[in-house]
Design a protein around this ligand. Structure first.
Ligand SMILES: *Cc1c(COP(=O)(O)O)cnc(C)c1O
Length: 905
């Protein structure tokens, strides 16, 4: 019979075991080995295999077992030590507190709010679909380790993302198990009187979308998760947070309104109830949470109207433009994908309907809201509301997630800064990292700890102290190799276990499955490939030439084995066909012991998979992988990378760390041809380079050159790929400047800045570079001075200096409002300046009778070869974060350009 109601009855822990409750409810257990071991010791031996979930464990362990533990002095001592350690971790001084005291970066933000549509923290809290969420989880954990006062904000999806299994035919099946928040490591945020705190959004037609706020403790960092499954909501509204990335456009819009607008309200409620400092910086992980900026504009505008203090304790009395400036100053936007399908775009009308008088943010003119997101630039869809575009317009600081992705993003979004070269587009990059304590296998950690001491290993892993890392270099070859064998063996067992479960689900009887005992071999070169299955990641590239692949797998002396996993988005039948193709190949009795597909890729599987592989394979279509992080996690466990030079690998690849698959990017426009070229290159590498090195053994059976690569990977690549390094970069390069910018914007400054921008924008059409002349050519040596006007298309000598004189019209503007710059450098065949140096010119006179100003300055010919320069005028104000911020620029017209863009060859 089906129950009509469901309760969670929480266990009463015997008094001596009370500290277990705090340990279970703080997710630090998920990356703290001693706490994990403590919980493992509670579980009856037979039940220890499945992923650890302390909350669930405590609610299922028998009263007898608890009584037994309550009397076990050794256990109680360990418990006390773990509880003390957690207390120290939560309250001690960490990197951020020292940085704050040193004053190196000015006063750091009191708090930062970090918004993301998904968070992957542990398999026990399945609220992620892939890389974006796991990165967000790693960001919170690293922030916690560093002591960064972050508040995470997300949604609680009642079904999370789907669980994947396979049909007999290898077709992906999706399941959505219900998650009961009472059984998850979450606490309900409550008002002082004990009633659950709620935040509400106004929807069209007088409806309301209410939500509860659950709090997960991620070490020192609270993570607020909004949950619309509230009895007072109408059924449609209850389902807003039903699942991750499901539903149609309107459903998605409501999720994003709840995340952004509701999220800010949840943060305010949390700070009010707990006394947590109000965030000075808001960071949005991808565009999905972008509406948070609108809610903050509303707050500032309302505070002004009421004449009361700002909700954030911030500026008061602002109109839309002043509020927009304030919000921009304190907002950081991270873009994560160059793939258009990864960016949310809504129909203009749909957005318009959800804002304004009868819906949300009634105080703000809907047209102003729309103007922030519509693709009103060359090449855009003017009726399309684009969340990434809004993200960029609402944030003064933005970044991509690897050096290459930064470059690709600057090109991709260049339309928002018309007239500027992509290099000038104000999007920087912070390369992603991964949280080592989460992703390093306990066995690897122990070997490191033996070498450099346990506490120091923790520091090295979380903070990235590279002196500590170098000690890994002294671990003997044989120990490294033994460790690799142990990890591979564990993976083999895990694969067999999972494969067995999968085949039972596919309808096979136990008697048919004897062959699974022979699947994979703990001494064979093991390659891993696991990721989501969007087409650009090319799950099936390895199947391009099946005979060739089969030969590699079954090679008599140098065989290899491959473990593959990945989920296709439920609406992506193309992706599901790729999964099926792979599964069918893996089902072939000739290869099934060498190539396996494991369903239901997730964190629990990933934690076993990365350490157990010798080689991590990645073959995306360059440059569509913004960063990629699985290869970093593999590297931290001594796995070598074999990848197309995309994302992070493009930046940090070295022959010591693995192999680069040559890419036909830019050469083969035909996709089919490109796949063929790259697949061949992959086979070639595996056969000629990877396998021979793995099987080249010394007298003791150790592949010395392989082990040397493992060592180089650990020592030299390891410290770079850490989330601790990433979060420190965010703090120093983005959060600290954003906090300074937002503090500088007192209400008065914000109003002035907004007014100045409006004035500059209105006056800009009159701004022009009228005339550029080069004065005498000054040469170091006593040579005859050059002809006035310089050497048009002539030649000049290194070390010479030209005197530039530029006349510009500023119209209603004054020299204080602008900067006139000379931009010079090497030029390519199409006369584009490639490595620009920018030097400001000084105003020396004017305005003349025609209102023109004279600017002068030297131009040093400091490079040999083809050299060129041009002159440009930009708005200038001390509160702008970049010269391109306003997207305004004046350059010499074609005619003037002939004089200005002088080239010397
Ligand atoms: C790290 C990770 C990802 C992201 O991997 P990419 O290299 O970015 O594709 C996806 N899923 C899981 C479970 C992960 O651990």
């Amino acid at each position: 019979m089906k129950a009509i109601r469901r309760f969670t009855v929480r266990p009463v822990l015997p008094e001596p075991l009370r500290p277990l409750s705090d340990l279970a409810r703080n997710l630090r257990w998920s990356w703290h080995p001693e706490t994990r071991e403590l919980f493992h010791a509670i579980a009856p031996a037979g039940r220890r295999r499945a992923g650890l979930d302390p909350v669930r464990l405590l609610s299922t362990v028998s009263a007898e077992r608890l009584a037994e533990l309550a009397g076990d002095r050794r256990f109680l001592r360990r418990l006390a030590a773990a509880a003390d350690d957690l207390q120290d971790y939560l309250t001690g001084q960490r990197w951020y507190q020292s940085a704050q005291q040193s004053g190196r970066d000015g006063r750091l933000p009191e708090a930062v709010a970090y918004f993301s549509p998904e968070f992957g923290i542990t398999a026990a809290l399945p609220q992620y679909s892939g890389g974006l969420g796991i990165l967000a989880g790693d960001h919170l954990k690293a922030a916690s380790d560093l002591g960064v006062p972050l508040i995470g904000v997300g949604l609680l999806y009642r079904h999370g993302y789907f669980r994947q299994s396979l049909s007999r035919e290898g077709w992906q099946q999706e399941h959505y198990p219900v998650l009961d928040p009472n059984e998850l490591p979450l606490d309900l945020l409550r008002e002082a009187d004990g009633t659950p705190a709620q935040v509400a959004l106004a929807l069209p037609g007088g409806r309301q979308l209410r939500s509860l706020v659950w709090v997960a403790r991620v070490g020192r960092v609270p993570l607020l998760l909004l949950d619309s499954d509230v009895e007072e909501n109408a059924p449609g509204e209850r389902d807003v947070t039903d699942r991750l990335y499901g539903g149609g456009s309107e459903h998605r819009l409501l999720q994003e309104m709840l995340l952004g607008i509701g999220g800010v309200r949840a943060v305010r409620t949390y700070c009010r109830l707990t006394g947590h400092a109000a965030p000075e910086v808001f960071h949005t992980n991808e565009g999905h949470a972008g509406f948070l900026g609108l809610e903050r504009i509303r707050e500032l505008a309302d505070a002004g109207r009421e004449g009361g203090p700002g909700t954030a304790g911030g500026p008061v009395g602002l109109d839309f433009d002043g509020a927009l400036e304030t919000v921009r100053a304190g907002t950081v936007f991270t873009t994560h994908t160059p793939v258009p399908a990864g960016i949310d775009r809504f129909d203009r009308e749909l957005v318009a309907r959800h804002f304004g008088e009868a819906a949300e943010l009634p105080g703000i003119d809907v047209e102003r809201i729309l103007a922030l997101g519509l693709e009103t630039y060359p090449g855009g869809e003017p009726n399309c509301f684009n969340m990434a575009v809004m993200g960029l317009r609402l944030a003064q600081r933005a970044n991509g997630v690897s050096t290459l992705h930064g470059r690709v993003s600057r090109e991709m979004f260049a339309g928002l800064w018309p007239g500027f070269d992509p290099e000038d587009v104000p999007i920087v990059s912070v390369t992603n990292g991964v949280h080592a304590p989460t992703w390093v296998a306990p066995e690897v950690f122990r070997l490191g700890a033996r070498q450099i001491g346990p506490g120091r290993t923790e520091d090295a892993l979380s903070v990235g102290d590279s002196r500590r890392w170098s000690a890994v270099a002294d671990i003997p070859d044989a120990d490294v190799w033994d460790l690799r064998r142990v990890l591979r063996e564990q993976l083999v067992e895990e694969v067999r276990r999972r494969l067995h479960v999968s085949w039972r689900q596919r309808g096979a009887g136990a008697a048919e499955l004897g062959w699974i005992e022979g699947v994979l071999d703990p001494d064979v070169l093991t390659i891993g490939f696991a990721r989501r299955v969007p087409s650009y990641k090319r799950l099936t590239l390895m199947l391009r030439d099946r005979d060739r692949l089969m030969e590699l797998l079954l090679h008599p002396e140098r065989p290899l084995q491959i473990v593959v996993a990945g989920k296709a988005h439920p609406a992506d039948d193309g992706g599901k066909r790729l999964v099926q193709e792979l599964v069918r190949f893996a089902d072939d009795p000739r290869v099934r012991q060498r190539l396996v597909f494991l369903p239901d890729y997730g964190m629990a599987m990933a934690q076993k998979l990365y350490p157990g592989c010798d080689v991590w394979l990645n073959n995306p279509l360059r440059p569509l992988e913004a960063c990629g992080t699985s290869g970093m996690k593999a590297a931290l466990n001594g796995c070598l990378n074999l990848s197309v030079l995309d994302g992070w690998w493009d930046e940090w690849y070295e022959p010591d760390f693995g192999w680069s698959i040559p890419t036909a990017d830019g050469h083969a426009t035909d996709e089919n041809r490109r796949d063929e070229l790259e697949a061949n290159a992959l086979y070639e590498l595996l056969e000629q380079r990877v396998a021979p090195r793995f099987y080249d053994r010394d007298a003791d059976g150790v592949p010395q050159r392989w082990v040397e690569m493992v060592r180089q990977t650990l020592v030299n690549l390891g410290p770079k790929v850490l989330a601790g390094r990433m979060v420190r970069e965010y703090v120093e390069r983005l959060y600290a400047p954003a906090a300074r910018a937002q503090r500088a914007l007192t209400p008065q400054a914000a109003t002035e800045l907004a007014a100045w921008k409006a004035r500059v924008r209105a006056a800009w059409p009159q701004v022009a570079v009228d005339h550029v002349e080069t004065g005498a050519l000054v040469v170091d040596r006593a040579e005859p001075a050059g002809v006035p006007g310089g050497p048009p298309n002539g030649s000049a000598e290194l070390g010479a200096t030209l005197a530039l004189r530029v006349r510009v019209t500023l119209g209603q503007l004054a020299p204080d409002d602008v900067e006139v710059q000379v931009v010079s450098g090497r030029v390519d065949e199409s006369d584009r300046i490639t490595d620009a140096t920018t030097v400001p010119l000084k105003p020396t006179g004017g305005p003349d009778l025609e209102g023109r100003w004279l600017y002068e300055g030297p131009l040093a010919l400091d490079r040999t070869g083809s050299f060129g320069y041009t002159v440009r005028v930009l708005p200038a104000h001390r509160l702008l974060a970049s010269a391109a911020e306003m997207g305004l620029l004046a350059v010499p017209s074609e005619a003037t350009g002939e004089e200005a863009g002088v080239l010397m060859r």
